[in-house]
Design a protein around this ligand. Structure first.
Ligand SMILES: NC(=O)c1ccc[n+]([C@@H]2O[C@H](COP(=O)([O-])OP(=O)(O)OC[C@H]3O[C@@H](n4cnc5c(N)ncnc54)[C@H](OP(=O)(O)O)[C@@H]3O)[C@@H](O)[C@H]2O)c1
Length: 255
């Protein structure tokens, strides 16, 4: 099913979860530069405040709320206060590498609660406004790690695979209601989240370049978009290979 058509000239308000750092912060600043009003949500009010204060002249274009995406009640209150956005970027997330030969239940639960259920909480809070308007656009932030299980990603990867499956299903209900759904599945982007990786990250992309690509793809009809291009093509092929071959290559080149 095709995503519904949206006129971006009339679309000026975005809600961005995880707006205080990394991709969410870069994307929020880009939208503001393009004339949008952004409502940023994340836990750290000091980081959100710093973003607001460092905006050149249009500080009123950035409204922010300190809120944990695990807090559905607070998200619903924010939705009541700000109304329905034109764009909802469900981006807040965490990443910790894990060794699955150790017991890690707390870490698995933490990833699930923030990366998956946190997205659903935000979705739940803002959805009624979008449905009422019969118009809007939701971008869910997944990852190429959702395409195939990678070493050290036993906590992170499953949450991104779950988001992919959720978005694939949800669009069939949302598109007929005038709501466009897209899935963003980046490779490596240079942020504090990836700075903890002690391995070579092929195609590591600058965060502003990533924000520019999200902006470019959001006006396309693609359901899922990914970048950097070469790395994502490689990963897509990799994820389609028979398991015997892909697991052999992973053991040979990554572990
Ligand atoms: N960087 C990459 O290579 C890459 C690749 C693929 C996908 N992604 C995805 O892109 C998204 C952003 O990643 P990033 O690299 O920009 O990470 P980042 O720099 O660590 O930023 C993560 C953002 O999420 C917010 N956040 C984390 N936990 C939260 C919570 N419980 N409630 C509300 N906000 C929360 C953080 O703000 P506070 O700490 O202030 O709450 C921060 O603003 C994530 O979903 C990540 O999985 C990243």
């Amino acid at each position: 099913m095709n995503n519904s058509k949206i006129n971006y000239k009339e679309q000026k308000t975005a809600i961005v979860t995880g707006a205080s750092e990394g991709i969410g912060a870069a994307f929020s600043k880009l939208l503001i530069k393009k004339g949008w009003k952004v409502i940023g949500i994340s836990r750290s009010s000091s980081k959100l405040k710093a973003i607001s204060q460092n905006l050149p002249s249009n500080q009123q274009s950035f409204k922010y709320f300190s809120c944990d995406v695990q807090d559905l009640k607070k998200l619903k209150n924010i939705a009541k206060e700000v109304g329905a956005p034109n764009l909802l970027l469900l981006n807040a997330g965490i990443y910790s590498p894990v060794n699955a030969s150790e017991t890690n239940l707390d870490l698995y639960k933490k990833h699930l609660n923030i990366n998956y259920l946190g997205v659903l909480n935000s979705y739940e809070a803002f959805l009624p406004g979008l449905i009422k308007k019969q118009n809007g656009h939701i971008i869910i932030m997944s990852s190429v790690s959702g395409w195939i299980g990678l070493p050290k990603a036993a906590a992170y990867g499953p949450t991104k695979a779950a988001l992919r499956s959720f978005a694939q299903s949800a669009r069939y209900d949302l598109n007929p209601k005038g709501i466009k759904v897209q899935l963003c599945s980046p490779g490596f982007v240079d942020t504090q989240a990836t700075s903890i990786n002690d391995f070579y990250m092929p195609g590591l992309m600058n965060v502003n370049d990533a924000a520019n690509l999200i902006f470019k793809y959001m006006s396309s009809n693609k359901f899922e978009f990914s970048f950097p291009l070469l790395f994502s093509i490689f990963m897509k092929i990799f994820s389609c290979l028979p398991d015997k071959i892909s697991s052999y290559l992973i053991k040979k080149f990554i572990i």
